[in-house]
Each structure stands twice: as C-alpha cells, then as structure tokens.
Design a protein around this ligand. Sequence first.
Ligand code: TRP
Length: 330
Amino acid sequence: MKNKRLIGVLAALALLVIGIIVYQSLSSQNQKSSQSDTFKVGVLQYVSHNALDEIYRGIKAGMKEEGYSGKKIKIDFMNAEGDQSKVQTMSQTLVNHKNDVLIGIATPAAQGLASATKDTPIVMGAVTDPVGAKLVKNLKKPDGNVTGVSDKTPIKAQVDLVKTLTPKVKTIGVIYSSSEDNSKSQVAEFKKRAEKKGYEVLEYSVPSTNEIATTMNVMLEKADAVWIPLDNTIASAFPTVVSAAKAAKKPIYPSVDTMVNEGGLASVVVDQYELGVATGKMAVKLFEGKNVSDLPVNIFDKGTPVVNKKVAKELGITIPADVLKKTKNK
Ligand code: TRP
C-alpha cells in the first residue's frame, strides 16, 4: 500500500518534470523562430552627403520590396561622419550587436566592417573598386564574407563629355582624398584615358576637407576644368569646390548626379537609388540563407548623361541638342 502510494507520487512527479521540460523546449523554440523572423541588419554609412543618403534610402526600399518592413526588420544604423576612428568603433559595435547581415555604405565603411568580422556576411553598398580596396578577391565568386554592389562610373564616357561640352579645355585638374582607396583607382583610370585623348591631367590629393579650399585655388591657376571621382571626402564638402570654381569661371565634371545638381556642369552617372535597392535586396538574400559565394558582386557600369543647365548658362556653354536628348534631368 505504502509502496503503491510512493510509486504514484513518483510517477506524478516524473510527469510534472517531463511536462516542464517539454513546455520549456517548446517555448524556447517559439522564441527562436520569432527571433529569426525578424531580420536584424546593421548599416554603417561612412559620411553624410546627398549621394550616400540616396543610397541608404534605396537600401531601405529594396529590403521593403522583398517584404522586410515594420516588425519584420530591425535596422541598426550608424553614420561615422567621415571619422576613421568612428568607423572602427561603430563597426565593432555593429558586430557586437549580433546583426544577421552588415551593410557598409562607401568603401571606408565596408573596409571597417570587414576588418571587424570574418564571420557575419557583409554587403558592400556602392564600392567602386572592391578588389583594389582589398574587400573581395574574386568578383564572380567572392571567397570571404564580403560581397555587394559596385559603382563603376563610365570614365571613358566622362572624358568624351568634356571634349563635347568644352572643346577648348586642355588641362584638367583632379581633386581627391588621399585616404580613399576608391578614388585612387578612378584617378588612375581617368588619367590614362584623358591623356590618351590629349589632355594634360594635374592631380591634387587632400588629406581632409580642411585643405580643399587652398588646393582648389592652386589648381585653378593652371587647370581649365576640374574632374572629381566618386570621392566621399570631396562630396561631403562639395560647396567649397563649387565656390572656388565659380569664382574662377571654370567647369566642374563630377561623377554623380547629386554633385551636378549642387553646382557641377555635367557627368555620365550611375543611379544612386538603384545602387541602394540592389544592395538592400542582396542583404535580404543573405538573410534568407544564400551564401556569400553564391552572390557575385553586382557591378553597375552603365551611365546616363546629366547636365546642370543653370551652370552651363553661367559659363556660356551651349549644350548640343543630341546630348540634351539623352540626359536624365530634362
Ligand atoms: N563609390 C564610393 C566608394 O567606393 C561611394 C559613393 C557612392 C560616392 N556614390 C558616391 C562617393 C557619390 C562620392 C559621390 O566609396
């Protein structure tokens, strides 16, 4: 009798324990699946300028198009404001936050993230020269944890545009930041192509935005026109470049539409928003289970001409009808 009661109590206890274990494991599974339903994405933007801001808008839109908005996504956004030490600490913070995927907008941001983790997948948002920046070795089949979108503006078409719009130009001054790997390769290509067409190219690199004004003044004593690569430092202080060129009555050929709108003369450009949309969609693919090596770097290299008619008028430049016909900003 006593034994039976004991067995009964033990059996009840055992059932209780099993019940608790089953309940706990079920509820922890629930927790896990609701956690992995939410896409945790860390975004590091290198600096604020209109083009990068536009890319970030595109990134959010691209992720939303794939169904990631509202409660389905948690965006951990940081902006390093062009400060290299912030790039490092913010990259580390975004890794520590255990985001599922990381996005670096512009080369220095992608480089910061890549040196902070070799595990979490990283998507480059608009990195001009992923190989030169040592972010990817094989563009077709990325081998590390980094893939993404590359903006290779059509430099040949830009040189041709200088010839078409300003046939009298002989010497072109180039201003860029000495610390941006993206600019180095663009400047080398521009120099090669422009010299082939008979131009003299004068290069001026600046260590920071502080030197832009004086450098522009030195440059404009010799150069007939200014060409600017996709350089974040110059883009973030572009009004300084514009006011110097305006005073000297010389045209600026930037590499992006936002800088044409802000006072450049003309360019052949890649759409910034679309770069962002493609970046956002790639991040979603990684979250949904694709591997970095399944996703080749997406290269945008076809451009559309853009012209600032107000600046053309101020400089007394007539835009030929066939160029105007092709431009994006009618
Ligand atoms: N391609 C640049 C990089 O590799 C980033 C960038 C995108 C950019 N659009 C731009 C820089 C427009 C200046 C202007 O870092």
